[in-house]
Design a protein around this ligand. Structure first.
Ligand SMILES: NC(=O)C1=CN([C@@H]2O[C@H](COP(=O)(O)OP(=O)(O)OC[C@H]3O[C@@H](n4cnc5c(N)ncnc54)[C@H](OP(=O)(O)O)[C@@H]3O)[C@@H](O)[C@H]2O)C=CC1
Ligand SMILES: N[C@@H](CC=O)C(=O)O
Length: 418
C-alpha cells in the first residue's frame, strides 16, 4: 500500500471501540480512509450512524474486493480469530484490538502473517493509547532490555484508585468502570487479571520474542485485596497496583508474571491513577524510561487503532525482530519472590514453603507476613488465592536463584552458624 492509496475499511464491531473509531475517522479526513461496511451482532440496536452501513453478514466484508483493510474490534475471541484468519487469507491487512484472541492464538497469528506476508497490527490491544508495541518492536535491542514493569489494565487501576483514594466500594467502582466503557464485556476478565495477562503475553512477544500461552504465566487480579492490605500499604508509604512484570535473570532467562504489588509512592507507577496505564522500561544504556497514557476507553483506544490504520499506508508490519532475527528469550519459573501475604488463619498458610519469613504481624481478625518463597510454590498451588488469603508482591520482589544462595549464606553467617 502506498501513502496515497485509499484505505477502504471493513469494520467488525460498533461498541465502545468501534463507534469511537467511526467518530475519530470522521474527524481525520486527511487520512483518506473510509469505512465501507460495519458488521455487528445484534441488528436491533440503535446506532449513531446510517443504517445502510450495517450488516450481520461477515462475508459482505471479508469477500468484498474493494475492502483492503479489516478492522476487528469485537468482544468475542473465537469469532474474532475466525474473522482475522479469513481476512488475512483473503489478502486483507488486519488491525485488531482483541487481546484475548491474540494471546490465545499467538502461534497461529504469527504463522498467518508469515504465510500471507500481510500486516497484522494490534497497538490498541496493549495499553490502548500508549504506543508500547511499536516502541518495543522498533526501539529496543533484545540484549539491552533488562526489565519491563507496567500497569496494563485500566479497569483494575481505576477500581483501586476509586476504592483507596475516593472511598468507593468495589462494586460501585466496577459499575463506574463499566459505564465509562473501560471494562470488558465480562468484567471478570479485568478483575481477576486475565485481561492484564493477555496483554502481557502479547508484550512479552514484542519485547523478548517469547511465544507462550497465557495459561503458563503466573497471574492473579485484584479480587483478593482487602481493605486491611491498603491500611498496611499506607503505613509503609506504598500504593497497591496490579503490576505486570518481566525481568531478565542472570542466566539470561526471563521471569514474568502479573500480580498485585506494593509500589513506593515516589515511583512513576504510583503516579498512574484511574484508567491510565504506565510502562517502565529498564534498558542497558538508557536506564529507566516511563510511558504513560490512557489504557482504556473509546477515543484513547480508537486513537491507537487509527494510528495502526495510518501505518498501513506505508505498509508497516511488525518484523518480530526478537523472535526471528535474534535468539528468542525463554521464560523461567526458577526464581524466588519476596511476598506479603495477609490471611485470617495460619492454617491456610503453608509456612514450610517459605525460605524465610522476615516480618509477621497478628491482629485478632487479620494477620500478615512478609517472606521469600520459590515461585513454584505459587505456580503449583492455589493456597495463595483461596480462603481469604491475599498475596501482594513487595516492591523489589524478584530474587535471582543465584542470589538466594548468597543471601542464605549471609543470614547463617549473621546468626553465627557458619
Ligand atoms: N473498551 C476498551 O477500552 C478497550 C477494548 N479493547 C478490546 O476491543 C474489543 C471491543 O471492545 P469494546 O468495544 O469495549 O466492546 P463492546 O462490548 O462495547 O462492543 C463489542 C462489539 O462487538 C460486536 N460483536 C460481538 N460479536 C460479534 C460478531 N461475532 N460479529 C460482529 N460483531 C460482533 C458487538 O455487536 P453489537 O453491537 O451488535 O452487540 C459490539 O458492537 C474487545 O476485544 C476488547 O477487549 C481493547 C482496548 C481497550
Ligand atoms: N478492559 C480493558 C480495556 C482496555 O484494554 C482495561 O480495563 O484495560
Amino acid at each position: 500500500m502506498d501513502a496515497h492509496k485509499q484505505l477502504t475499511i471493513g469494520l467488525f464491531g460498533f461498541g465502545v471501540v468501534g463507534e469511537g473509531l467511526y467518530k475519530v475517522l470522521q474527524q481525520t479526513p486527511s487520512l483518506k480512509a473510509s469505512i465501507k461496511k460495519v458488521c455487528i451482532k445484534n441488528p436491533g440496536k440503535k446506532r449513531e450512524a446510517p443504517a445502510s452501513l450495517f450488516t450481520t453478514n461477515k462475508e459482505e466484508l471479508l469477500f468484498d474486493n474493494d475492502i483492503n483493510v479489516i478492522v476487528e474490534v469485537i468482544d468475542d475471541a473465537n469469532a474474532a480469530f475466525e474473522i482475522v484468519s479469513i481476512a488475512l487469507r483473503n489478502g486483507k491487512a488486519v488491525v485488531s484490538a482483541s487481546k484475548k484472541m491474540i494471546a490465545e492464538h499467538l502461534p497461529e497469528i504469527l504463522q498467518l502473517q508469515q504465510e500471507t506476508g500481510l500486516p497484522f497490527l494490534c497497538e490498541s490491544a496493549a495499553c490502548a493509547s500508549i504506543p508500547v508495541i511499536r516502541n518495543l518492536e522498533e526501539y529496543y535491542d533484545n540484549d539491552l532490555l533488562h526489565s519491563i514493569k507496567a500497569i496494563v489494565n485500566g479497569s483494575t487501576n481505576f477500581i483501586l484508585t476509586k476504592m483507596f483514594e475516593d472511598k468507593l466500594s468495589f462494586q460501585d467502582a466496577l459499575i463506574l468502570a463499566q459505564q465509562l466503557g473501560f471494562a470488558e464485556s465480562n468484567p471478570k476478565l479485568d478483575v481477576e487479571g486475565y485481561d492484564a495477562l493477555n496483554k502481557w503475553t502479547i508484550l512479552l512477544n514484542h519485547a523478548y520474542g517469547i511465544v507462550e500461552h497465557p495459561d503458563n504465566i503466573l497471574f492473579t487480579g485484584i479480587q483478593n485485596i482487602q481493605l486491611s492490605d491498603a491500611v498496611v500499604a499506607k503505613e509503609k508509604n506504598f500504593d497497591i497496583k496490579l503490576i505486570a512484570q518481566a525481568k531478565k535473570l542472570k542466566n539470561g532467562k526471563v521471569a514474568a508474571f502479573v500480580l498485585p504489588q506494593f509500589v513506593k509512592t515516589d515511583e512513576p507507577l504510583s503516579f498512574v491513577k484511574n484508567e491510565y496505564n504506565g510502562v517502565v522500561i529498564e534498558s542497558g544504556f538508557a536506564d529507566k524510561q516511563f510511558f504513560y497514557g490512557k489504557g482504556a476507553g473509546s477515543f484513547p483506544t480508537a486513537s491507537a487503532v487509527l494510528s495502526d490504520i495510518a501505518a498501513l499506508r506505508y505498509n508497516y508490519k511488525y518484523e518480530y525482530k526478537k523472535l526471528y532475527h535474534h535468539t528468542p528469550h525463554e521464560l523461567t519459573n526458577d526464581f524466588f519472590l519476596k511476598v506479603y501475604v495477609s490471611f485470617d488463619d495460619w492454617k491456610y498458610i503453608p509456612r514450610e514453603n517459605f525460605e524465610w519469613i522476615e516480618e509477621w504481624h497478628a491482629d485478632a481478625d487479620r494477620k500478615y507476613l512478609v517472606g521469600v518463597l520459590h515461585v513454584n510454590h505459587l505456580t503449583n498451588g492455589t493456597w495463595w488465592k483461596e480462603n481469604g488469603v491475599s498475596l501482594i508482591l513487595t516492591t523489589e520482589p524478584v530474587i535471582d536463584n543465584l542470589d538466594i544462595i548468597n543471601l542464605k549464606k549471609r543470614s547463617l553467617e549473621l546468626a553465627g552458624i557458619v
